[in-house]
Design a protein around this ligand. Sequence first.
Ligand code: SF4
Ligand code: SF4
Length: 224
Amino acid sequence: MAPERAGFWTEIPQLTRAIARAMGVTFRNLLRRPITVRYPTVKRVYPDRFRGILALTYDGETGEENCIGCRLCEYICPPQVIKVEMLKAEKRNYAKTFTLELYSCEFCELCVQVCPTDAIIMLKSFDLATADRRELLLDKDRLHALGLQFEPSWATGNRLRDMQAPPKPPKPAAAAAAGAAAPAQSSPDRRAPEPAAEAAPTAPSSPDRRAPEASEGAPTANPE
Ligand code: SF4
Ligand code: SF4
């Protein structure tokens, strides 16, 4: 018992310091202004790269739906919450039906990344809270309406693919300019053809090489 009591008394300073530290944090925050935002009356400005709920887009010039019903987004979606039915038409295809179960969406953005026509995008908003799950089953009309209602995020499929693509090789003109500049600096490059010229003298040596073959043939002929 005695050693246990000794341990308790020796830990008292440590305990006091811990309590003082915790109370210090409490008092510091007592003096701070509240940071609670009274949403939805007050809304914070979203960061530039914010990506929230999904939507479908229209072509800004023609006013046509951008979706061509290719179903790439449906195939790539990990939780399989997208369903698309293609409508084939004369000039282009459309999505006959397009549904997205937002309540099961992981917001992974893969559907946006694969879309060839930037038809599906994410919006700078998450403002779709509801008490009824069924309201989060979004059909094509609802997805288009959301696209018009909220600000789109910067990230479209084409932009994201450009960012992820490997660096492009230099253009031919730039490569030619670089090639023209290189010989002026490095004479060894100009001498590069010389080995070929030097190879010429070696060419006669090939008949020499063949000569032994002929001579090799002769000896074999002689014994016969
Ligand atoms: S963000 Fe991900 S989970 Fe959500 S619909 Fe697109 S691919 Fe599916
Ligand atoms: S949203 Fe894009 S990827 Fe999905 S079906 Fe339409 S065009 Fe294809």
